[in-house]
Design a protein around this ligand. Structure first.
Ligand code: ADP
Ligand code: MG
Length: 701
């Protein structure tokens, strides 16, 4: 086998050919032999054991038998038509049943040869049969291949139609392994292999597809997961150290008048310890001469806006401009008002730039940014458009980053000759291990303390039949001067239906809470942004007591007087969304409530979500449950997971391996930051190789 052998196109593998190759590329992105080698089984079935027919029980998930076919027949008519093979281990007989493919099966079976049968036994009228079993001639090859821990591969309808179900793919793997003939190069250094007692790569790749036994399989999987996570961490850490060593950042050398004036004379409340700590961390970053990339994580309501504002003042004190970007217009507008209130005290000018800023206003903002007159800008994506040019942008704050991707971060980098400092604020609590992966190249600050005097929000679950009680409760709260949110789900696939639900809900609320005693605001995606603004402002100013909305209010909206959050069809929301929504209340000193409305019948998963919400207010705990329910790949805030392109490791369940991989990568880079040492050459080479194949991959994709 030559080193380039594995780069051979998949269509040249024996048993593939152009048609199957096309399907493999399309369905599983398998272009080359190497890709096939890295298509890992997602589970194994234990086929080490053969049973006798009289040992079969109803509890067995699978059973494997050896024996001969006595006779076959087609029985029944129409829908119950089936093909039956009477299979015997020479003592007893069991029926193998197929509901399709009778003709083909008839021609396939011979009476005089021995078969291996594998399938799930089903009890029918007191007798066992095995519907649609796997069946293979018991040749020596098959016995070796079949009677083991057997890999199960992912497949798709299209592939199955081309004979590439899990079994078909396993056969391709077998062919490939014969050709490779134990010639897979090692990718981890000797030191690492020895220190961690890792299986060689060759042996690992062999055992992961064709395990010699349980221990070998475990060792193989560990080795491959470790390798994958190790190179991921090595890459992230190297990016980080590269940035720190080469890209000189803008220096915020001093704390100046704006910061001091505001800090000592205009703070609307004393900062919490956590806020102070994070501001200090930011100051020391920005004053270090390195470019800052910091993620500030703090649960909803922990006071991230103030931290952002103080950081922006630091930028201005050092002669730079600062901007803040939010994911939605409503949120940007809210930030604008909050920040304007603070900035007014310092006679600092702030502007708002969003998609609906008028052309005239926009032009003026562009000019004033470019000549440096305007120091402070708040906005949406509109901020990163090409036409927006700053004179000297020093700090960009990105709020609720999970809505933005890596690309936006890069675009902000380019807004200044030297990249500005970047501060990312997120309320999505991400378990540490995920943060380590997705933001592995960022520094992390955590605001882990709530402003004082907050009472935890009480969360209740009510079913639709208790609606009258709900309305009574809302009236009481409104009588006491409180305000109420009522939120409806917004699911893109059925936008029409959602809109209908929202409007029906609005109508029935209007009937129950009539004018002039009550005023209701409504905000949804079909309104113009002027209209949204107006409705929002009516609620913010207290003119309306009830805000009916879709999830557009999910992030960041701040109305401390609002004390009740009613979430309609709560079962349709994900956990992190529910948590975000609940975070809209409980911002003032009053007892707040979150009421989860749902129909009576719930799936187990929906029930777990709702119960979790009722049991805890802790964002991190909720994130952990969310991660367990959904798997890490789907979590909000982790859309980049696809970019990680992990083939065998799972960032949810392989936490320990990830930690180990990270600390070992750190150790290596500490001693040898550029991987110049002889012993690290292999690592360097493999990093380059991975980078190269990733670029090719993304070009094809
Ligand atoms: P988030 O972290 O969710 O963005 P905000 O910055 O919107 O939170 O702050 C939530 C509320 O808490 C706001 O009304 C804000 O004025 C208030 N707040 C922030 N920090 C403090 C503090 N240290 N003491 C009291 N209230 C605070
Ligand atoms: Mg916020």
């Amino acid at each position: 086998m030559t080193p380039d052998f594995l780069k051979t196109e998949i269509k040249f593998l024996k048993g593939v050919g152009p048609q199957r190759a096309e399907a493999l590329v399309k369905e599983l992105r398998i272009f080359s032999l190497d890709d096939l080698l890295h298509l890992f089984p997602f589970r194994y079935v234990d086929r080490t054991q053969f049973y006798r027919i009289n040992e079969i029980t109803a509890e067995m998930p699978f059973v494997q038998l050896r024996g001969k076919i006595l006779r076959t027949e087609s029985v029944g008519e129409g829908r119950s038509k089936r093909f039956v093979a009477y299979f015997s281990d020479s003592e007893n007989v069991v029926e193998l049943v197929w509901f399709r493919g009778a003709k083909w099966l008839q021609s396939k079976f011979k009476n005089d040869i021995e078969y291996i049968v594998f399938g799930k036994p089903t009890e029918f009228k007191g007798r066992f049969n095995i519907p649609h079993p796997d069946i293979e001639a018991a040749s020596d090859d098959n016995l070796r291949l079949q009677s083991a821990l057997q890999a199960v591969y992912p497949s798709t309808e299209t592939l199955k139609n081309k004979g590439l179900d899990s079994n078909g793919i396993r056969k391709l793997q077998a062919t490939l392994h014969q050709q490779i003939n134990n010639n897979i190069p090692e990718t981890l250094s000797k030191n690492l292999l020895q220190a961690l007692r890792l299986m060689s790569r060759e042996s690992a790749l062999k055992n992961v597809h064709f395990p010699a036994g349980k221990n070998e399989l475990n060792a193989a999987r560990f080795r491959l997961k470790f390798e994958e996570l190790f190179y991921l961490q090595l890459k992230l850490l190297k990016q980080k150290s590269f940035r720190n060593s080469t890209s000189k950042g803008l220096l915020f050398a001093r704390v100046g008048d704006y910061f001091n004036d505001f800090y000592h004379h205009h703070l609307p409340f004393p900062l919490t310890g956590a806020q102070k700590r994070v501001v200090r961390e930011i100051r020391s970053d920005a004053g270090s001469g390195k470019q800052m990339n910091r993620l500030v994580q703090g649960d909803v309501g922990s006071g991230k806006t103030m931290v952002a504002f103080l950081s922006m003042l630091l930028a201005i004190d050092n002669g730079f401009q600062a901007c803040m970007m939010a994911p939605t217009e409503i949120l940007a507008t809210q930030h604008f008002y909050t920040i304007k209130e603070f900035a007014d005290k310092l006679h600092l000018d702030v502007c708002l730039l969003t998609g609906s800023t008028s052309a005239r206003e926009r032009k003026k903002i562009h000019e004033r940014l470019q000549n440096g007159e305007l120091k402070f800008l708040v906005g949406t994506h509109a901020l990163i458009e090409e036409t927006v040019q700053f004179k000297n942008l020093g700090l960009a704050v990105i709020d609720e980053q999970h809505r933005f991707g890596v690309a936006q971060r890069a675009a902000l980098h380019k807004k200044n000759q030297k990249p500005p400092h970047i501060l990312i604020m997120t309320a999505t609590p991400i378990p540490r291990t995920l943060a380590m992966t997705f933001y592995g190249d960022l520094d992390l600050s955590v605001i882990d303390e709530m402003p004082p005097g907050r009472k935890p929000v009480k969360t209740l679950h009510m079913s639709d039949s208790q609606r009258l009680r709900l309305y009574g409760f809302l009236k009481e709260q409104i009588k006491e001067g409180r305000q109420v949110y009522v939120v409806y789900p917004l699911i893109e696939e059925s936008e029409k239906l959602d809109y209908k639900n929202l409007m029906e809900g609005f109508d029935s609320l209007e009937r129950e809470f009539p004018l002039p005693e009550y005023q209701i605001s409504i905000v949804h995606g079909r309104q113009t942004s002027d209209r949204k603004d107006m409705e929002m402002q009516r609620f913010v100013s207290g003119t309306s007591q009830i805000m009916v909305a879709t999830t557009v209010i999910e992030v960041g909206v701040n109305v401390p007087n609002a004390s009740v959050m009613v979430i309609e069809s709560a079962e349709k929301f994900g956990l992190s969304q529910l948590h975000q929504l609940r975070g809209r209340v409980g911002r003032g000193a009053d007892q707040s409530y979150c009421i989860l409305m749902s129909s009576y019948k719930l799936t187990t998963e929906a029930r777990t979500r709702i119960e979790t919400m009722c049991n805890t207010n802790d964002g991190f705990e909720i994130a952990e449950v969310d991660m367990k329910l959904r798997g890490a790949g789907d979590m909000q805030g982790t859309q980049q997971s696809g970019a990680l392109n992990l083939k065998i490791a799972d960032i949810t369940s392989d936490v320990q391996i990830m930690q180990q991989a990270r600390s070992i990568a750190e150790e290596i880079l500490d001693k040898d930051p550029d991987l110049n040492a002889e012993e690290n050459q292999l690592l360097l080479q493999q990093m380059k190789e991975l980078e190269r194949s990733n670029t090719i991959w993304s070009k094809i994709g």
